[in-house]
Design a protein around this ligand. Structure first.
Ligand SMILES: Nc1ncnc2c1ncn2[C@@H]1O[C@H](COP(=O)(O)OP(=O)(O)OP(=O)(O)O)[C@@H](O)[C@H]1O
Ligand SMILES: [Mg+2]
Length: 261
């Protein structure tokens, strides 16, 4: 078995004259939470879209389980168990929790023993039960997604990916728009995914979110990697310094001090 579940080796990606990624190497170990940090425009989303099969790299290699892949669509990545929750969630606001949880994979029953229709009762019951197992309490499976908070939506999207057998979970800034409490819920869920043996790539600007949950850290700066560090090899302040080059960012982050999970 390959030491890494995913590997990007020396990847470059160009958008016209923009060099979004410039010779980036990222290796994801089995069952680790790997944090991808970097400022706006560093290339984080481009990197995860490459992993997710949305973009094809212009240079370099992408390996899954040690085998070279060249995805033509996100579907092909998903089929290998690589699930991505994007910054702007693909959840339909006017859809119920149960419906959304099963989107495209609805349990069916036969009407009059013949006609296949969605089994709403089973879907509602299963969605509530499975979300409950992951520590997410749903008041009403018929609740519309649009009425949920940002944190609840993130948790639902993550729980759905876990339930449907993701081996790799890629989260693009899941805590960016959330308050402290909701961020903690998302961080806890990332911990639960790891307990289940899922490998996670967690993208964030926020070192105070990344550091408690992360096993390793890769820092991106203007399309280049500043390296990958195991938690034992780097302190939170060093991560901060590398990320932002200094004091100003640290001052801002200081306001969020005390987030524990
Ligand atoms: N589809 C695209 N076409 C042209 N340029 C793009 C495209 N996608 C990204 N870029 C450019 O590539 C660079 C990296 O963008 P990317 O979205 O990957 O950054 P990011 O680290 O995710 O930033 P943020 O923290 O703001 O989400 C930016 O300069 C961006 O403008
Ligand atoms: Mg981004």
């Amino acid at each position: 078995m390959s030491e890494y579940i995913l590997q990007l080796e020396n990847i470059s990606k160009f958008f016209g004259s923009v060099i979004a990624l410039n010779g980036v190497t990222l290796r994801l170990r089995h069952g680790e939470v790997h944090c991808l940090l970097g400022d706006n425009g560093a290339g984080k989303s481009t990197l995860i879209k490459t992993l997710a099969g949305v973009h094809r790299p212009d240079k370099g290699e992408y390996l899954v389980d040690g085998e070279r892949v060249r995805f033509r669509s996100p579907r092909e990545a998903l089929d290998l168990g690589i699930a991505t929750v994007y910054q702007d969630l693909a959840l339909v606001p006017m859809m119920s929790v149960a419906r959304n949880f099963f989107m495209g994979r609805e349990p069916q029953k036969k009407l009059f023993g013949l006609l296949p229709v969605m089994d709403h009762a089973l879907a509602a019951h299963t969605a509530v039960e499975k979300l409950g197992e992951m520590g997410i309490r749903v008041r009403d499976a018929d609740q519309m997604i649009g009425t949920m908070s940002g944190g609840e939506k993130q948790c639902l999207a993550i729980a759905r990916a876990i339930h449907f057998g993701a081996r790799v979970l890629i989260l693009d800034e899941p805590t960016a728009a959330l308050g402290v409490k909701q961020s903690v819920n998302v961080l806890k869920l990332i911990g639960k995914a790891r307990e289940r043996g899922i490998s996670v790539i967690f993208i964030t600007h926020n070192v105070n979110h990344a550091y408690p949950i992360g096993d390793s850290f890769t820092l991106l700066n203007r399309g280049k990697s500043l390296g990958t560090y195991a938690k034992a090899a780097i302190g939170k302040d060093e991560v901060l310094d590398m990320m932002a080059g200094g004091a100003e960012m640290q001052k801002l982050m200081g306001e969020l001090e005390g987030v524990t999970i």
